[in-house]
Design a protein around this ligand. Structure first.
Ligand code: GSH
Length: 238
């Protein structure tokens, strides 16, 4: 059985990582059996120092895209076999836009801004023993803020980051339109990716500054409710 290594439930989400939730959602949509293994400590064992990774048949596969590639290969592209080549290409490039751009707006809103950080700190670090609670959160935060700067997103002002997030979310809402899923009636890899990040804005307990841009689009909210009801009836409160 495939083991999916992630952080585990927080913020009212099965996982606070959009990448872990993407892979989890893909496997549920594709009816692939798996087991979730949760804990921040798996970061140390992760081949690329990031979660998710999966363990399958004695093989360790890091990176959400690589995991989907390997599973697509093995299971015959379960969510995209009926899409044409142009739609498959769009699915991949739109996925990368969410992974490489909107994701960093989410990170900034949770870790960079004071209002997001208050909730993030509480949710992720409150179970640490006394002395560690005083030191670890700000050390980890400093590391994340540094990564934001190295990526480039963290070099923008607060106002600019919000505008970047809004532009992505507005564009996503236009692409979805009134369809149930991005390419019609059936979910694709892109739907798993979009759900993994957008539900963190529409239905998380951590209501961050960019959440309002997603909540402003009823079609994105309905999209998340549809997927949560179908695949996470017990885990996500919609
Ligand atoms: N390209 C990777 C990105 C994964 C990623 O950034 N994971 C974050 C959590 S959302 C992480 O593990 N961060 C820990 C760190 O950078 O120290 C993927 O698609 O899986």
């Amino acid at each position: 059985m495939i083991k999916l290594y992630g952080f585990g439930p927080s913020f009212g989400m099965p996982d606070p990582s959009s990448f872990v939730l993407k892979v989890n959602c893909y496997m549920r949509m594709a009816n692939i059996e798996f087991e979730s293994v949760n804990g921040q400590e798996y970061l140390r064992k992760a081949p690329k120092g990031k979660l998710p990774y999966v363990e399958w048949d004695g093989q360790i596969i890091p990176d959400s895209q690589e995991i989907l590639n390997v599973l697509d290969e093995k299971y015959g592209r379960p969510l995209e076999k009926d899409l044409n080549a142009e739609q498959q290409a769009q699915s991949y490039l739109l996925t990368k836009s969410l992974d490489e751009n909107l994701y960093w707006c989410l990170v900034y809103s949770r870790w960079g801004r004071e209002d997001g950080w208050e909730v993030t700190k509480d949710a992720l670090f409150s179970s640490l023993p006394g002395p560690l609670k005083l030191i670890v959160p700000s050390l980890v935060r400093r590391g994340v803020v540094k990564k934001l700067e190295q990526h480039g997103m963290g070099m923008h002002s607060d106002e600019e980051i919000q505008a970047i997030a809004k532009q992505s979310i507005d564009a996503l809402a236009v692409l979805l339109g009134d369809k149930p899923y991005f390419f019609g009636d059936k979910p694709s890899n892109l739907d798993a990716t979009a759900f993994g990040i957008i539900v963190q804005l529409t239905h998380s307990d951590n209501d961050i500054v960019i959440s309002r841009f997603a909540k402003a689009h009823q079609n994105l909210v309905d999209f998340c409710v549809r997927i949560a009801n179908a695949y996470y009836p017990e885990e996500i409160n919609v």
